[in-house]
Design a protein around this ligand. Structure first.
Ligand SMILES: Cc1cc2nc3c(=O)[nH]c(=O)nc-3n(C[C@H](O)[C@H](O)[C@H](O)COP(=O)(O)O)c2cc1C
Length: 210
């Protein structure tokens, strides 16, 4: 099988992790770098990523994650949190980064900055929060795919109470809210679901060629 498809077929939403197996520091660094390299609208990356190994925090998060065992059993728990609101500072910080990274005067970026601000700062707050959450899902996909290439298992999860996560992780004061969480580690041999065939829409249902 083509390796592109092999990685995507190998991965599955892992229901039961082997709690004795830990991901190496080097591989965690690789996964985080793949996450950091994700594309985002206008390049703004309006989110923050928490890497949680602390067992006490994870014990607190489990009951507000529908009791799902992956929260405590996986090697690491990744929590993606999107910005609930933003101001022009989000764009200004990005422009400063571009100018420094590419060694160009920030004045040459004024047109891009003004254009970006004109597009996103007038969103209603609710739309801002939905738009920042969309950016998170690209990073999530990148993390999951990079993990599959390293034969590291993941389980993307929306089965949790975001408000409780925000309280436990003190996200409110950071202008963040939990969007999606991903336990990562190694599948347990006892996880039956690793043997289930993939269930997907047929090509005819999913694709239209025009
Ligand atoms: C955004 C998102 C949220 C999900 N939430 C959960 C979850 O809370 N618990 C869980 O066990 N699986 C969760 N899943 C896994 C899906 O059920 C799974 O990806 C889907 O059934 C396809 O199966 P596969 O990923 O094993 O190929 C979630 C998947 C996504 C993409």
């Amino acid at each position: 099988m083509n390796t592109i498809l092999e990685h995507r077929t190998w991965r599955y939403a892992t229901k039961k992790f082997d709690s004795t197996k830990k991901i190496s520091t080097d591989e965690i660094s690789l996964l985080l770098e793949a996450t950091r390299l994700s594309a985002s609208s206008y390049g703004l990356q309006p989110y923050h990523v928490f890497i949680i190994t602390d067992t006490q925090i994870r014990e607190k998060l489990k009951p507000v994650s529908w009791g799902q065992s992956q929260i405590t059993d996986a090697s690491h728990l990744i929590v993606f949190a999107n910005q609930t609101d933003f101001t022009g500072e989000l764009v200004d910080d990005y422009i400063k980064n571009v100018a420094e990274t590419r060694n160009i005067p920030s004045e040459t970026l004024k047109g891009y900055s003004d254009f970006t601000k004109s597009k996103i700062l007038n969103f209603p707050v609710k739309t801002k929060e939905e738009w920042t959450a969309k950016q998170v899902y690209l990073a999530l996909g990148n993390l999951m795919q990079a993990a599959a290439e390293l034969k590291i298992d993941t389980c993307p999860m929306e089965g949790f109470e975001a408000e409780a996560y925000d309280t436990i992780l003190n996200l409110g004061e950071k202008n963040l809210t939990t969007s999606v969480v991903v336990p990562i580690g190694y599948r347990s041999e006892a996880d039956e679901s690793q043997h289930f065939p993939k269930v997907r829409k047929s090509k005819e249902e999913l694709f239209t060629h025009l």
